[in-house]
Design a protein around this ligand. Sequence first.
Ligand code: GDP
Ligand code: MG
Length: 448
Amino acid sequence: SLSDRLTATFKNLRGKGRLTEADVDGTVREIRRALLDADVAVPVVREFTAAVKERALGADVSQALNPGQQVVKIVNEELVTILGGETRRITMAKYGPTVIMLAGLQGAGKTTLAGKLAKHFKSQGHTPLLVACDLQRPNAVKQLQINGERAGVPVYAPHPGVSSEFEEATGDPVVVARNGVSEARQKQFDIVIVDTAGRLGVDAELMKQARDIREAINPQEVFFVIDAMIGQDAVNTALAFQEGVDFTGVVLSKLDGDARGGAALSVASVTGKPVMFASTGENLDDFEVFHPDRMASRILDMGDILTLIEQAERSWDKGEAERMAQKFVDQEDFTLDDFLAQMQQIKKMGSLKKMLGMMPGAAISRQQLEQFDDRQMDRIEAMIRSMTPHERVAPKIINGSRRARIAKGSGVSVSELNQMLVRFGEAQKMMKKLAQGGGMPGMPGGRR
Ligand code: GDP
Ligand code: MG
């Protein structure tokens, strides 16, 4: 697997400063191969790996990860972003029913998805209505009716007995769609799922019909349904539907098969639309909200290496936290070096709030933390780095002339340096108190 290959490619090189071209190239080559194996379209692979390379080159080498792991981490983050980042929720109509239209090639899985969505929404307390607008194939309406029955959701269809007043609509899917939506409005269904026809290949007539339906019903969401097994054709098909109908989200079907899901990346990458759901079988329950992070590791086939990366990062942070906790137990003084280490921990975490959650005993108050931004931290780092080792452990010796020297060396004003030292003094006091109180409650690795 990719994990094995990458693990073999890299030794535990740490603290090299910056990622080098050689570090990045080796990993990017493996990533490219993995993406092609997952059937990601060739132009998408090319663009993606170029972007990753650019971002990875010159990135700071993390303390916790070796260069290969670090490139993989960047790749994973980029994949997740392209696939839609955070899972997006469906846009609901402010008034009247929320209309969801399905589009895609024949056999993509639209009619099956219609049933799945209906069941899903019903289980959430909604009252969906299915509308059958595939009048191309004789069996299509019947198939939707079967799915509707299984989901326990009514189907609006141009059939006598179902809604005879619209019998004249038979044959024109645009009229059926429009009437289906107004039926939903009248009878107070809150979600309408409109199934449409597909063709085996992209063709102009199909596109026009789908676009006409879209214009007639003005849906909140148009889902482009695509078979995960479609492989390299994903890009052309997606672009044709984007141009011909346009859509708001992608649903990947048949993910229960062997496909590694490269189509998801191809489509999301060329259309910029998020993947919202995944279809994973023929039963109505084989359906899930799409998780970009899970998909990213499926595409890369490297769940184990991602786990490793998480562990490495966690254990580094834990090691640092434990060292810190031990200091309090030993009643050593909290120094500017420790202060700096805490800053770096926080910066590494990315999010201050997250850090607060993880280190309830941190020496810096919540309020102080929220005032920091990364740039401020860089300045604090610069100030501490401009101090001598002795100054860092015994800040009391930092007199006027030392202050002038440190301020000059770090490019800040003396008053900013003074503020930082005051802040540090407060942190030091708090640390002392915590140490006397028998450690830091809830701190990872701290003694209770
Ligand atoms: P449509 O032409 O787009 O409406 O596609 P259908 O919903 O009729 O699906 C075409 C075929 O694919 C049917 O035999 C479905 O049972 C099957 N199918 C649909 N979704 C899935 C899925 O997620 N997994 C599997 N294994 N089969 C699926
Ligand atoms: Mg169908």
